[in-house]
Write a protein that binds this ligand. Structure first.
Ligand code: AMP
Length: 210
């Protein structure tokens, strides 16, 4: 097993790119820390109960809480698998925890999108609560409005995808997560992909760089 880290602001499209590539290649596994947390919140587990307030306000949940979830997934992933790690690490402390887990990190790929484009993308974002497929009302609409192409479920708007929370999430991204770019650059692991292009092109550039 090895790991490719996806770096990028919320709304950069990293989750959609990872989900798409993993659905096309059995050796790729998409692991989204946000999906793990939303699953825990929906189930009402102790971790979910603790995480809920942080997530709704756009803040990061405590490192130990999300690190344990990722540790469990890393431990259960064996064989010839590349894990596309989306949303973790989110700060330097988490990057160090990930190193201590000992799984080889192949690369960290930044999907680069300026903040002005992020706001627009997130405001049009729709998500399938069942299979996690991502859509955008204009850039990536489903075939039938409001319905998931993959599983037929009704699409939803994430609670934290409102303009106010997005602003806060971007502040958190620049303060906490952006330093990871230099961190992985210094380790010669950083690759950068232009995230402003059409999704197909971003996915292609990503898989050519990972
Ligand atoms: P995402 O789906 O990656 O945008 O994550 C949604 C929310 O989950 C974030 O705004 C955080 O509150 C929380 N979250 C996800 N990943 C992490 C992480 N690695 N560390 C702390 N909080 C996280």
């Amino acid at each position: 097993m090895n790991i490719v880290i996806l770096l990028g602001a919320p709304g950069s499209g990293k989750g959609t790119v990872a989900g798409r590539l993993a659905s096309e290649n059995a050796n790729l596994k998409h692991v989204s820390s946000g999906d793990l947390l939303r699953g825990a919140v929906a189930k009402g587990t102790p971790a979910g109960v603790e995480a809920k307030g942080y997530m709704e306000s756009g803040n990061l949940v405590p490192d130990a809480l999300i690190a344990q979830m990722i540790k469990d997934v890393v431990a259960e992933t064996t064989g010839d698998v590349t894990m596309l790690l989306d949303g973790f690490p989110r700060n330097l402390a988490q990057a160090k925890i990930l190193e201590e887990m000992g799984a080889p990190i192949r690369s960290a790929v930044l999907i680069d999108v300026p903040d002005e484009i992020i706001q627009d993308r997130i405001s049009g974002r729709r998500t399938c609560p069942k299979c996690k497929a991502g859509y955008h009302v204009r850039n990536l609409p489903p075939k039938v409005e409001g319905i998931c192409d993959v599983c037929g479920e009704k699409l939803t708007i994430r609670k934290d995808d409102n303009p106010e929370t997005v602003k806060d999430r971007l502040v958190v991204y620049h303060r906490e997560t952006e330093p990871l770019i230099e961190f992985y650059k210094a380790k010669n692991l950083l690759k950068v992909v232009d995230g402003t292009a059409a999704l197909d092109l971003v996915a292609k550039a990503f898989s050519g760089n990972m």
